[in-house]
Design a protein around this ligand. Structure first.
Ligand code: PHB
Length: 563
């Protein structure tokens, strides 16, 4: 079931609306509510679109890098995050306020989040999570019903009669909150409680108006408590809410406000100052530029009817927005995307009709609803999740096993693996560790450390000969690391195990730091080292570049765990 606010609005689309764009968005929404993966058959059934239409939507979305297909399934791909990133960058909230929220989380040693109003819901735009194992953690892009959680009561203070009516209609249509996959559903037997909670919401809104803060006493799940304060713009309108989240095992709902409100309010006032400061963010990274026009033509030529230009154009329109580009007139959108004015105009009208943009008639702005397009799911991926499809394509190309590892002390630890035949005496599974120095992944990981740290590690290493070939001389090892650093790869022959050859390249995050390594392992007897390098290195580099591109989009606002 889809959230009522997430379904197409009941008003008929304006005559300028671009049909293929609307259809692609309904496919993306279905994928998002299905946890990022649906079979093509299910998509046909649940969108009501013809099979051939769904196929064309999927091939166009695949070309854009927003979706990939795995057998019969369509799967959301990290590149899609660029749409949500455009909204988040344009809103400036995570960039301006995120560091202050992070500092508060550090000081209180509790989770802190920023959320914005989205229809009759509340959507998270920043998370500084200190969540202990015992409660669920929300992701950027997750949506709460306004009446569950602390921030909603602050935003509902500004609702008019129509807003309240819409809220009541939604409650009646979805009494268990099935349309909000981020929150545990209310059980059927809780419905009386749910009704009481609804009445209680009205009271909580009134209380929040007088006190200036709002409390969540286990409205989402037992134990989870939160207090929220609105962050207002220069005109006094709440633009977001800052929440501190705790657990009844540490702080009761009664004790929470007293314990955190003073620091919470100080942070809010610093945030309000930050909002008033002139814009000085980096120029938008997302503005695509007219290069898209060339890409569009090439895609059409290659895919023919399976590439629907109006759909692709409509979607990339959103990427015109970004940091310092929060509100754009039609002409700026056309210029940034390389689209003809008439084309950009129809795309903007369509996106506005569907609630992804608002306009005052002149300027268009992206809305938090853009985040419903799979952001929460994709922002929750780990580095291994992101890497796996790239490792699978690599294995398809080279027919040898591929893996990803990270540094764990002086070891490497496997975090993702796509095996073919087993050529090692030990069976490598996720979590397997080897010493870093005699492995190709270890060499690129050590080589990626800052010089001082690299030497410090080398100095304390006590390398052991694991085969006849293992390099144990610290000086030679140092030279090999230097070589791996400048060449951007390491080839290690039979140093970990006789007969085993491995070639690895680094994976960098947005800041250029080496966060992981990917490798291909093969039989040493099958070829010379030069032949192996020639056969494997380009494919390995393509895989690493693909992982890095995804990681850079995904890591713009979300923290991507490396394991
Ligand atoms: C959260 O950030 O996870 C959060 C915020 C407000 C709530 C509950 C949870 O009421």
């Amino acid at each position: 079931m889809t959230h009522p606010a997430a379904t197409a609005p009941s008003a008929p689309p304006p005559p300028e609306a671009v049909g293929p764009l609307m259809r692609s968005l309904s496919v993306l929404r279905e994928l998002a509510t299905g946890g990022g993966r649906r079979s093509v058959g299910d998509l046909v059934r649940d969108t009501g679109l013809a099979r051939s239409t769904v196929d064309r939507v999927l091939s166009t979305l695949t070309r854009l890098g927003y979706v990939r297909t795995e057998g019969r399934d369509a799967v959301l791909a990290p590149r899609l995050l660029e749409l949500g990133n455009a909204y988040l960058a344009a809103s400036e909230l995570p960039d301006r306020l995120g560091p202050l929220a992070d500092r508060l989380a550090d000081e209180l040693d509790e989770s802190v989040s920023l959320a914005v109003p989205d229809g009759d819901g509340v959507r998270f735009v920043h998370q500084a999570t200190r969540r202990r194992a015992m409660s669920l953690a929300f992701r950027i892009g997750d949506l709460l019903p306004a009446e569950r959680g602390a921030p909603g009561a602050l935003f509902a203070d500004g609702w008019d009669e129509a807003d309240w009516q819409r809220w009541r209609a939604r409650r009646a249509a979805d009494p268990t909150d099935a349309g909000f996959p981020a929150v545990p559903p209310r059980r059927a037997e809780d419905e009386a409680v749910g009704a009481a909670a609804a009445a209680d919401f009205v009271a909580r809104v009134a209380a929040a108006r007088t006190t200036g803060w709002s409390l969540d006493d286990q409205l989402i799940e037992p134990g989870l408590v939160a207090v929220a304060v609105p962050v207002r713009d220069a005109d006094g309108r709440p633009v977001c809410a800052l929440s501190v989240v705790s657990h009844t095992s540490r702080l009761s709902a009664d004790a929470l406000p007293g314990a955190v409100l003073p620091r919470l309010r100080e942070t809010v006032s610093a945030m309000e100052d930050a909002l008033r400061a002139p814009h000085e963010g980096p120029a938008s990274e997302t503005a695509p530029g007219p290069a898209h026009a060339t890409w569009m033509r090439a895609s059409k030529q290659e895919l023919g009817p399976e590439f629907v230009e109006s759909m692709a154009r409509g979607l990339i329109t959103l990427t015109a927005f970004g940091s310092g580009r929060a509100a754009l007139p039609l002409s700026a959108v056309a210029e940034a995307t390389g689209l003809a004015r008439a084309t950009a105009r129809r795309a903007l009208i369509t996106l506005e009709h569907l609630g992804y943009l608002t306009t005052d008639g002149k300027l268009f702005r992206p809305t938090p609803k853009v985040l419903e397009l799979g952001f929460a799911h994709l922002a929750g991926l780990s580095l291994p999740d992101i890497a796996l499809p790239h490792l699978a394509s690599l294995v398809e190309r080279v027919h040898d096993s591929a893996s990803m590892a990270v540094l764990a002390g002086d070891d490497i630890q496997y975090v993702a693996r796509v095996p073919t035949v087993r050529i090692m005496s030990v069976n490598i599974t996720l979590g397997t560790r080897f010493p870093a120095y005699p492995t190709s992944m270890g060499r690129v990981l050590l080589a990626g450390l800052p010089p001082a740290e690299r030497s410090a590690r080398l100095a304390r290493l006590r390398p052991e000969p694991l085969t006849r070939h293992t390099v144990t001389d610290p000086e030679r090892l140092g030279a090999l690391l230097e070589e791996a650093h400048s060449a951007g790869y390491a080839l290690v022959d039979e140093e970990l195990e006789e007969g085993l050859r491995s070639l690895a390249v680094p994976v960098h995050d947005r800041t250029g730091r080496v966060v992981a390594a990917v490798n291909v392992s093969t039989h040493a007897a099958r070829s010379t080292p030069d032949e192996a390098r020639e056969a494997l290195l380009p494919a390995l580099r393509t895989a690493a570049a693909g992982i890095e591109a995804d990681l850079w989009v995904a890591g713009r606002y979300a923290r991507i765990p490396v394991r």
